[in-house]
Ligand binder design. Structure first.
Ligand code: AKG
Length: 310
């Protein structure tokens, strides 16, 4: 294993570790409880936003455009972002966000998704969905996941700002109806990758629909049960965002970070981010590898054994 303790500790390139976020927590939690979301404006300084943008450039240059209607044919996504650079890892363990997750999820919660989302001009509205839709526990219910979407570009009503339906986190299954269809996830042939117009908005949703307009460096945090979508980009420039999502430690994460990230790269991350990526135990033994703590596998020590998990 690469033994580099200095790299393992977050040096908070994008956040100020000395900021005390405790006074804001009650406000954040009250908004999440009442509305299903909270917008925290300008949480990142401009320099951090620009550093994140620069770090994303080489990934976006590879043009990872969407393959299906859900990903969006004019939308680029860079997956497993938290493991692809120190700035991205630091963002995933932002203390203000983790203080919210600490309050709403069980200890040992995980990252379930970590991606950049760049919506280009000409993109249509994404299908409405919830981020914990695949956990088929009857609604209304507590969320299984908490989502964040960080604005790297300012979000406007024209450039594809996320759209949310306030209060929809309380809807039951009947009220939610079927938001997504299997067709939204079918990989289209390259010459058929054309944005599709979104179906009309149900009348009863109109009053609660909100464009999440926010300055660059802001973040929307929302419950996995809240209905939302990426907006239509009618502007002339792309809308860049980073979305980290966190889930209960007993839920299967969307992204398989054990395969998408190289162990040597994970070994360089802070312990907190390693835990978020799944290199952790949810007691008594969820997550073990051959009966041992999964971090041992990063050391190349992946032998079977009955030693106590640390
Ligand atoms: O990009 C956005 O504003 C929302 C994207 C989203 O909700 C998703 O892809 O799951």
């Amino acid at each position: 294993m690469i033994d580099n303790a200095a790299h393992r500790r977050a040096d908070f390139g994008v956040v100020d570790p000395h900021l005390d976020h405790a006074p804001d927590l009650e406000r954040d939690l009250a908004a999440l409880r009442d509305d299903g979301f909270v917008v925290i404006e300008r949480l990142l300084p401009d320099a951090s936003v620009e550093a994140l943008r620069a770090a994303l450039e080489p990934h976006l240059a590879a043009d990872p455009s969407g393959r299906n209607n859900f990903e969006g044919y004019r939308t680029q996504r860079v997956y497993s972002l938290a493991g692809k650079g120190k700035l991205f890892a630091d963002l995933a363990e932002h203390p203000r966000i983790l203080s919210i997750c600490d309050a709403l999820l069980l200890p040992n919660y995980l990252l379930t998704a970590s991606q950049a989302i760049c919506i280009h001009p000409g993109e249509t509205q994404q299908p409405f969905h919830t981020d914990d839709t695949f956990y088929t526990i009857p609604r209304p219910r507590p969320p299984v996941s908490i989502s964040t979407i960080w604005a790297i570009d300012a979000f406007t009503a024209d450039n594809g700002a996320t759209q949310i339906i306030g209060g929809s986190h309380r809807w039951d299954d009947a009220e939610l109806g079927e938001l997504l269809t299997a067709a939204d996830f079918v990989t289209a042939a390259r010459d058929e990758r054309q944005p599709r117009p979104a179906p009309p908005l149900p009348e009863r949703w109109r009053a609660s629909l909100r464009d999440v307009c926010m300055p660059a460096g802001s973040v929307i945090v929302f419950l996995g049960t809240l209905v939302h979508r990426g907006g239509e980009n009618r502007a002339t420039a792309p809308r860049l965002a980073i979305s980290n999502q966190y889930c209960q430690p007993w839920a299967r994460p969307q992204e398989n970070f054990f395969l998408s990230l190289r162990g040597a790269d994970v070994a360089l991350l802070s312990e907190r981010v390693q835990q978020l990526l799944g290199y952790s135990i949810h007691p008594p033994f969820m997550g073990h590898a051959n009966g041992r703590h999964p971090l041992r596998a990063l050391d190349g020590d992946n032998e079977d054994g009955n030693e106590r998990m640390r």
